[in-house]
Ligand binder design. Structure first.
Ligand code: SAH
Ligand code: DHB
Ligand code: MG
Length: 222
């Protein structure tokens, strides 16, 4: 089945997307630098871009930059005076991403901020930055619940929050899992089960990255 999921992803990508040398280069440069092949897929990248467009995003926050592949997809939805902050803990990942983002012509709008996402987010809250229109949570999964809580502090009514990798081949329903990522996701789902500030759902997905899924949340009006 995994091969079929991947073939269908390739088919949709081939039929529905234009050839894109910048995105291809971003993946190749990431692979050459030894980064793990865990970027979003092309169809997921386009999905994120469409969410940004649908929400007329002017300010985007990303947790987990890697080589900047998802960053470029979302950054392309920004107007010329828009801004995307992408938080990354690994200096070598950030260096590859900055190169890829510059090559995409997005370095005027996109900033990669080096450091642990919790610390950078705390600083953004303390600095009183303007709320974001779209937040993509895709950093280390054991802290995923904390990232969501912090994201709410950087949101306003209408902010869209997407959380990647919440199905984990179905392990999300294993309440005895000792995997720190699964436990992090389960803490997040538990807190969302009584979170009144957002309207949310979770979608399972299959494709060239196997079986996983994401949470989609929209921050409610007050
Ligand atoms: N969003 C990227 C993939 C991100 S992979 C894409 O789809 O193209 C996850 C990234 O999160 C890795 O680069 C990893 O170094 C980074 N990361 C891990 N722990 C982190 C932390 N505590 N703070 C910020 N980034 C972190
Ligand atoms: C991993 C991280 C991701 O964000 C992802 O989409 C897939 C895998 C990982 O750390 O293995
Ligand atoms: Mg991910």
């Amino acid at each position: 089945m995994e091969e079929l999921w991947s073939d269908v992803d390739d088919y949709f990508d081939h039929e529905l997307a234009q050839p894109d040398a910048v995105l291809d280069h971003a993946l190749a440069a990431s692979a050459d630098a030894g980064l793990p092949p865990i970027s979003v897929t092309p169809t997921q990248g386009k999905f994120l871009q469409l969410l940004a467009t649908m929400n007329r995003a002017r300010r985007i926050l990303e947790l987990g930059t890697l080589g900047g592949y998802s960053t470029i997809w979302m950054g392309r939805a920004l107007p010329a005076d828009g801004e995307l902050l992408s938080l990354e803990i690994d200096p070598s990942h950030a260096a590859v991403a900055r190169h890829n983002i510059a090559r995409a012509g997005l370095d005027d709008r996109v900033t990669v901020v080096l450091g642990p996402a919790t610390e950078t987010m705390a600083k953004l809250v303390a600095d009183g930055v303007k709320p974001f229109d779209l937040i993509f949570i895709d950093a280390d999964k054991p802290l995923i619940d904390e990232y969501f809580a912090r994201s709410l502090e950087l949101s306003k009514a209408g902010t869209v929050i997407v959380v990647d990798n919440v199905v984990r081949k179905g392990e999300v329903i294993n309440d005895e899992s000792e995997d720190a990522s699964v436990r992090g996701v389960r803490r997040l789902i538990d807190s969302l089960s009584h979170e009144t500030r957002v309207s949310c759902t979770a979608m399972q997905s299959v494709g060239s990255k196997g079986y996983d899924g994401f949470i989609l949340a929209v921050v409610k009006g007050t």
